[in-house]
Write a protein of this length. Sequence first.
Lengths: 529, 454
Amino acid sequence: MDSRDKVLDKYSSKIYKNRKEHVIEIEGGEPQVIAADTRAIPGIMTNRGCCYAGCKGVVTGPLKDVVNIVHGPIGCSYYTWGTRRNKAKGDENTKDFTQYSFSTDMQETDIVFGGEKKLRQAIKEAVEIFNPECIMISSTCPVGLIGDDIHAVAAESEKLYGIKVLAFSCEGYKGVSQSGGHHIANNGLMKYVIGTGDAEPLKYSINLLGEYNIGGDGWEVERILKRIGYNVVSVMTGDGSYADLKNAHTADLNLVQCHRSINYIAEMMKTKYGMDWIKVNFIGLESIKKSLHDIALYFNDPALIERTEAVIAEELDEIEEGMAYYKSKLEGKKAAVYVGGSRTHHFINLLKYLGVDVILAGYEFGHRDDYEGRDVIPTIKIDADSKNIESITVQPDQEKFKTFHTPERLEELKAAGVPLEKYDGLWADIAEGAIITDDFNHFETEEFLKLLKPDIFFSGIKDKFIVQKSGVPSRQLHSYDYSGPYAGFRGALNFAKDMTMATYTPVWNMIQAPWKSEPTLVGSLGGIE
Amino acid sequence: MLELTPKKVSERSTLRINPIKTCQPVGAMYAALGVHSCMPHSHGSQGCCSFHRMFLTRHFKDPAIASSSSFTEGASVFGGGSNLKTAIKNIFDIYDPEIIAVHTTCLSETIGDDLNGYIQDAKVPEGKLVVHTNTPSYVGSHITGYYNMIAGFIKYLSEASGEKNGKLALFPGFVNPGDMREMKRLMKLMGTEFIMLPDTSGVLDAPMTGSYTMYPKGGTSIPDIRDLGNCELTIGLGELTSEFPADFLEKKCKVPYKTLPLPIGVENTDNFIMALNQFSKNEVPYEIEEERGQLMDILLDSHQYTNNKTVAIFGDPDTVLGMAQITLEMGMIPKYVVTGTPGAAFERKANALFEKFGVEGCVAKQAGDLFELHQWIKNDPVDLLIGGTHGKQVARAEDIPLVRVGFPIIDRYVHSYMPIVGYKGAIRLAELILNALMDRQDRDCDDEDLEMVM
């Protein structure tokens, strides 16, 4: 029996039936189908979060000049306060509210009599104290159940105070994971923010989508892009701002880093503004090089191409020696990677470069296209849970629609390997024989750890210490374990250094007490020496 | 840092900014982890469970296990009965705990799920248990959830058999495993037989051995929880946290109770030791006397560095009151004393402390937040901040040292292993406070004033 069967066999028949579609072993030949984006099973210790976590926690929360008021009991706002490491920095022109946690702190009377009045008052107080340009309201579970019309309150407040007020109905119970919340946030930003600015277009301008600036990743990517000569109009949404997002439509090209959380905006902007998007990956040297080449090819300016090569060469030169050293320490190791809905894929290339095989991987909240590639999208069955998440359609904007390339040129670029509106998913880079588990849970984590014995485990805070206590080095790849950046060339070096440190910390050699392996009983028996 | 916080304090009736509390379920989860072989279960959407596990894991740097009913929109409309039934079956099948401790969420409370009924109808394997408590997130705080869960265990399990067991029932308050260990050590030294609920020592400070076990050695045993009903007396430590379960146990099993402040500082620890002394009728052993004497020695030796220093204390109500007590004992002035947890008793008790020590101009506030505390400090600063991690922003903004005490401390290590209760805990607190103040003096003074001996 192979490892997959050994683990699944321990389940009852009902769970087996469900999980066998989510747990697969990569075999060559036929395209592999995986079940994803379906309900978690009650009682199974899933690592997933909720719709609110995806909307406010992931997408809208990092927008620094926005007062994000969480409408609900206190916990939901509290838990998303400074915990995700989406770094942000304000300046004279940009207020930074990310250091604050705002909540309506709903009480029992609000649940009984409705919370709209409270929400109105909270907005009033936020305006009086902070005078923000934009307020975003996020709903939590009870708000949807008691029927507070947060959208009406938002519209009314917008008029009253002359500022932008957006409402997101991202109650935790919606959808099956964080993913629904990403979609809801994407819809809101698309409908009410993007395209409302009137900035002049800049040359070689791009938006960076699905980059949340965890540990400063976005800043590192921006540094490289700016060195080459690109203008970054907006970042969605790490260290991003409402002010920048308004003008996102003026950029020439959208770069999509996290496919799962933001592909909706990329698609809608293509339809509405004619803006092309390409899937990029700024994690891992080969991926960064490919992404930078793709962007340069898109703009096709000889000076830009030359600058791209020069920057790549210089950046590589800076880290080469270090990377070689860490590779010598890590080569041949086996890793498990479980992060997000795109990030597992992003790190595979970097690990490969270091000579590390990914033998166990998966996503918390990925969809089939994140695993299998966007080609399968038309074949994905829409179930009741995904239907509950609104999917909006947009029309071309007569005034703002523009195309950068002719359709023929776009075809040429595609033929040259530029991933225009294309993403091949995790399958493109995962090695043969790897075990993939979608919506991975505690039980499978523990069992596969025992069977596959990876040398290091990359995941999140909830399982970090479970894995570490099993004797396997473990690092968080959601928060980078309070290190980073891991993106870009310098980021790759940081990652290699951290992984080496986690593997070789002297403590690993001391875990077992000496008396566990050596007899300590020395003495006399019945007076006889 | 926090540049957008204006100095001017404005009237705020609704908007909560930078809270000093979180919601009930996480407190319930923490209490349930203090029962041996228990799976805490969050009856709501899975985000709650994930957030709470993250919160606890970040504080303890140890696994915090829990499961969820994983509500979808359908369950939210039709009720979570079938989700809970499925969850209970799956948890026993796969994770095999002795007991599942269910707590509710604002979601399942708002739709009015009948947990009593669901649990009665659930298929529970022979010898296994399911208990529950109601923890609506829109009432009270994590402290409320913590004591509700303790009462939940008592409600389902504790029985008065008619025969007393000669033991003391102890509710430790919302404290770290390190504190629980210290309370147990003191009770053992006093020759007191006891049952403590919950007991997270050995669970959330379990040792690294190289092999993971889902249910580590620690935690109150189920037979002990049953036997709580036969105890002679209950001591509830932390009057605002432990009175509820103590009163509950008295009503259910006729165990009389007394509540005491958390044994933080000299007098509070004295009271705890005296209560143990009265209960066990054993003399206080020299070991404890020695510790107390050492603490006295330290406080006398160092009093010139703490005298009249002003301090702002924030956090959970009983912890804050305890910290107010010890800082007053050290000659400090607890100028601002704030908890996020609602309840008027907090202010009464804090004001009584101010009066007792004759300090003037001190402010106590329940249901407060860090935003307001920061504004007060901007208007009238303090020498020291005491509280959890979230105070680091204010500390940085106003350049005030922060001594980390209480929950949550998510940016430092070791704290959960070390006590703040008992004389030993007071010695540790004295060291933390003195180091913070004296390091600051060393940092801020002119070169010619740098003292080699202090």
